[in-house]
Ligand binder design. Structure first.
Ligand code: SAM
Length: 249
């Protein structure tokens, strides 16, 4: 593959500090820059992301990914070595890869049903020497019934994968009781909230909180939904591949 150079990501230390009360270390900043360069490079062959401008990449991929888990930046005691995350429908690696960079003692499974994307991410992660991720090709509906994966994760993250109640059916079976699913959304309505609450209840969870905010550069509207698993999910969930999307709870 031809080596192409990507522009520098902007210096956003002041914005990280102001918005998340946190800043990446110089080593983490280097990894973010290298990640950007490799994604631009792989994007020549494969559509990993349509976000390729440096400012937009910083805001929509790096900042947005970490904003959803910013409570873990301030409450470090919620993490222990070996805390298990799964990013369901990771695509070009978001939100999972920025998380793996900043929490090197955690394990981050990057799940996507498209083999080519996971193959590209595997190469990118090898080049970056990020070794706390598990890239995995598969469908969330199948993984949720897999004995090694079911009820085994502390956190499940989903961004731009499926409607809210479908995302909940993908995520909750994979969580331990006490685990949290984080759904990254744009706009959010009371009608969507009612539907989600009912679906989450059937899956053994509760909608714990809804966090609305705007992004720091373009003031785009975002909502993060936090679902807590409070009891084991009934065996019939997730339903067979394709059914959650066709017949949302
Ligand atoms: N999360 C990334 C982001 O926000 O940039 C990528 C979003 S992309 C629009 C959605 C991804 O979810 C695609 O790569 C697709 O292959 C994957 N996907 C959709 N349904 C899935 C399922 N049931 N199981 C696993 N991956 C799925």
């Amino acid at each position: 593959m031809n080596q192409i150079s990507a522009p520098q990501l902007p210096d956003m230390n002041a914005v990280w500090q102001e918005t998340l009360n946190w800043q990446p270390t110089p080593e983490q900043q280097v990894l973010f820059q290298q990640l950007f360069e490799l994604i631009i490079q792989f994007n020549q062959q494969l559509n990993l992301t349509r976000i390729t401008e440096p400012q937009e990449f910083w805001e929509k991929h790096l900042w947005d990914s970490l904003r959803g888990i910013s409570f873990l930046l301030s409450e470090k005691n919620l993490l222990s070595p070996g805390t298990k995350f799964i990013d369901i429908g990771t695509g070009g690696g978001f939100p999972g890869i920025p998380l793996a960079v900043i929490f090197p003692e955690s394990s981050v499974t990057l799940l996507d049903s498209t083999r080519k994307k996971i193959t590209a991410l595997t190469t990118i992660l090898e080049e970056l020497k990020i070794n706390n991720t598990i890239p995995w090709v598969g469908r969330a509906e199948a993984l949720g019934q897999h004995p090694k994966h079911r009820e085994s994760y502390d956190f499940a993250l989903l961004r731009a994968v499926a409607p809210p109640s479908v995302s909940a059916e993908y995520a909750l079976p994979l969580l331990k009781v006490g685990g949290t699913a984080i759904l990254y959304r744009g706009h959010w309505t009371p009608e969507e909230e009612q539907q989600l609450i009912s679906a989450v209840k059937q899956l053994g969870g509760v909608l714990e909180s809804v966090d609305g905010f705007t992004t720091p550069l373009t003031q785009s509207i975002r909502h993060c939904l936090y679902l807590k698993k409070v009891r084991p999910t009934a065996k019939q969930y997730p339903r067979a591949i394709g059914i959650p999307g066709q017949k949302p709870l």
